[in-house]
Write a protein that binds this ligand. Sequence first.
Ligand code: URA
Length: 431
Amino acid sequence: MLSRMHAVNFIEKKRDGGEHSAAELQEWIAEYVAGRIPDYQMAAWLMAVFFQGMNPRETAGLTLAMARSGEVLDLSPLGRKTVDKHSSGGVGDKTTLVVAPILAAAGLVVAKMSGRGLAHTGGTIDKLESIPGWRAELTDEEFMRQAREVGLVIAGQSKNLAPADGKMYALRDVTGTVPSIPLIASSIMSKKLAAGARIITLDVKVGSGAFMKDLAHARELARLMVEIGRHAGRDVRAVLSQMDEPLGQAVGNAIEVREAIVTLQGEGPRDLTELSLALAREALEAAGEDPELAEQVLCDGRALDKLRAFVAAQGGDARVVDEPERLELAPDVLEVRAERSGVVERLDAYRVGVAALRLGGGRERKGEPIDHGVGVRLLKKVGDSVYEGDILATVFHRAGRGIEESSRLLQDAYRIGRRAEPPKLILEVVA
Ligand code: URA
């Protein structure tokens, strides 16, 4: 057990730029989760890490200690082709709903835990809960059985998965220590390692709507996460993708599920289709499969069949897969129109995300209920020409809740100028 003096020495070591051993980090995290290190000492240490950083070896040691702080799923009975996909968080990011059925249809096993949305970024579980009847809470037996029988299962994140991260993240949130690359990398990867998949495909978002605002920092984060994975014997690859403008046209919950289904029907927006296929190809290659399978199962309908089986297995109304309009949108509609003619030069993802949040489609605090039907459809994106009075975006709202602020945010999100190219979507792959 760490004595009080010993804990102070540990904090001082990092404050003065020293390097922690894996054994020290293991003890520090275990003692913290057991309640024997108080929050104020952990907060002081997090701030020391914020300023002094950690090298990749230390970061891997911290990540493993955090991953082992709770339950570690053993997916080995499902074979070696278990895969997890994770996004660092963006606006309109429904790629999991497209990529997971593609991978399962191509023969991999996607057994995944997902989070709920917070602030301006959405969460996969919230989106899926807009399907009537679909449930996120599964027992361990149900989770493994569905993985074996359907090849695709997505459950809400168990509280006992990397509990050190939950406690540390709550502290980081109120002590100004969230934006630290080693702390972000260990936070994300501890949950991924505990969730058990052998192959991990990361979508690291870069831009105004993302955690990482520039390519250099996103690259550093991606390289670190790939290295942590290697240390832990996993095959991790990261795709760096643009998040200055939202992905696809839909931002919300039910509206995003509709768009994901339409994409699996082969009629989705170009950017969502391109990114989903790129992520799927990376995972297939890591599994030793032909990456071209991704496009094949998308085109021949096998991925859509897999989505149908997945929705039904988790109690959802599978008719939505063939008739996505069954997913209800909020009844009140407002159109945001262009105030001048020109070309869309910028569409700020962050503002669009906050606009959907203000309508009630997201949550400012953990545990708040959300409205699955509200959302935004972006009819114009960067590079599109517009005439004054054209509809830029359609807003689905409920009885005017948040509509004033939301429509102002959307109006401000668009910058109309003279000329712009659609932005490059996939910036780099780190493997
Ligand atoms: N996502 C996480 O899970 N943790 C972080 O620290 C940042 C983004």
